[in-house]
Design a protein around this ligand. Sequence first.
Ligand code: NI
Length: 172
Amino acid sequence: MAVRKILTVPDPVLKQVSTPVEAVDDELRALLDDMLETMYDAPGVGLAAIQVGVPVRALVMDVSAEGEGPAPRYFVNPEIVWHSEELSSYQEGCLSVPEQYADVDRPAEVRVSFLDYDGQPQEMHASGLLATCIQHELDHLNGVLFIDHLSRMKRDMIVRKLTKARKAEAAE
Ligand code: NI
């Protein structure tokens, strides 16, 4: 396992649409293992493969509360098969949009189908933080970031800030 580099805004790779995984094999599991380690190291609660530069439809997540111990989840080729009409709002952040947070409205509950770590088809009902996290991560697979859900003004402000921070970093 290895910690990989997390891409950040405005890296254009983050806007790519990821392709479906053809087989859950050892190569994919090695990627999932690296993603999980990278996510814990950051630390964060979710990570999509595209965030480490690999454009395949795979996510890792761990939304367990502090002190609960690790509860890693793996989602390969996830699809939302149902979502509630009711929305809920969470303050979201993203490892690819460092130190920026904003409230985003999303369906409060979702049902998601996916392949697990062993390639077995699964279906799961999610609510609360898990539902938000799944939708946030699934957006990544379609090249969508949480800031794309904000007003253009707010989004531009965040992108400008991060572009400036990156330039300053590069100049050091
Ligand atoms: Ni994110």
